[in-house]
Design a protein around this ligand. Structure first.
Ligand code: GLY
Length: 355
């Protein structure tokens, strides 16, 4: 299943269950605590905090996100990228735990037809209610794992809304490592979807892995994030996140520039460099389209670092020509071909290449 269909099926499912489709917010956040938009819920922070009343109690989005915390892992693992699209459904004081778990299960096993016996779930340590709902749905006890603050308590990484979460992971099989579930092997048990039971407020500091819960939100909310790129790995049966149709055309452009085929995700420095160039091309294109320019500070510094890394890795593959114009144009062309109507095609729109 190609990415445009994956997006549309997600939106159609949640629209048919009373959610309003809202646009992605820009990558440059108006939240002073954030450098760049890093999750679907960012634009709803004032709603969760009770500062703004939403037009509708249910929303669904395809949100563009940039996260560079794992930048060194790009190309080294099969699952890290610096830009991704997050498919999300949100409840603002409306439905809560049982409903969101049922929705997510139905989407994965019926809409996308993933085999139920490949799915594992994690829940926060003392979340007996989530365990009970998963058991009722039919997930066996030995595929439900309880994890702590670092894994199953979600926040934006800064003070603000937070809550316990439940993650759904897909078992990619023994070719990806030892058994034992997501608690022991993140590469084999690929995290696809995070369901956050958004009910608390995170404060400064704290003794729980640097986490302090300082209060409750005015209402209990739902915030979810399903990684489009990661789901595409499974539905397109490719090995690495850089090999889905979201990035494949850029791969071909990089192969042409290098004059050699990508060796596959084989752990060599060449393999890593191909994937870094392809990943960073997309992030650079989206950042510039959203108004970021290279500089010494803030989001401009993030962009400059990505550009330097992309050039350095291209050079290590033997490319001596100008690389950034060619690779970022291929990102725009790819978007122009495949994203009509999803709200994620702004890069192509701004470049005037939308068909
Ligand atoms: N807000 C949920 C997530 O980003 O995983």
């Amino acid at each position: 299943m190609r990415a445009p269909e994956i997006r549309q099926k997600f939106l159609d499912y949640f629209i048919s269950r009373g959610h309003s489709q809202l646009p992605s917010s820009p990558l440059v956040s108006d939240d002073p605590t954030l450098l760049l938009t890093n999750a679907g819920m960012n634009q709803f922070k004032p709603v969760f905090l009770g500062e703004v009343t939403p037009a509708s109690p249910r929303a669904t989005t395809v949100q563009k996100c940039v996260r560079t915390v794992d930048i060194e892992n790009v190309g080294r693992t099969t699952r890290h990228v610096t830009f991704f699209e997050m498919l999300g459904n949100f409840s603002f004081g409306d439905y809560f735990k049982p409903e969101v778990i049922s929705y997510a299960w139905e989407v994965l096993t019926e809409v996308y037809q993933l085999p139920p016996d490949r799915l594992w779930v994690t829940v926060y340590l003392d979340d007996d209610e989530a365990v009970e709902v998963w058991r009722r749905i039919g997930v066996p006890a030995d595929r439900i794992q309880r994890l702590g603050w670092a894994d199953n308590y979600w926040s934006m990484g800064v003070p603000g809304p937070c809550g316990p979460s439940s993650e759904i992971c897909y078992d990619r099989g023994p070719a990806y490592g030892e058994p034992g579930g997501p608690a022991v092997n993140d590469e084999r048990y690929l995290e696809l979807w995070n369901l956050v039971f958004m009910q608390n407020i995170r404060g400064e500091g704290g003794d729980k892995d640097g986490f302090a819960v300082v209060g409750e939100l005015p209402r209990r909310n739902i915030d979810t994030g399903l990684g489009l790129d990661r789901l595409a790995i499974i539905l397109q049966d490719v090995e690495s996140i850089t090999q889905t149709d979201l990035l494949a055309p850029t791969f071909e452009v990089v192969e042409d520039l290098v004059g050699r085929r990508f060796p596959g995700h084989d752990g060599t420095e060449a393999s890593v460099s191909y994937q870094v160039v392809v990943d960073h091309a997309r992030t650079i294109a989206f950042l510039i389209a959203d108004g970021v320019l290279p500089s010494n500070e803030g989001s401009g510094y993030v962009l400059r670092r990505l550009m330097r890394r992309a050039i350095r890795h291209a050079q290590s593959l033997g490319v001596t020509d100008l690389v950034l114009p060619t690779i970022t144009t291929s990102v725009v062309d790819n978007l122009a071909r495949g994203v009509a109507g999803t709200g994620i095609g702004e890069v192509a729109d701004r470049a005037g290449q939308r068909p």
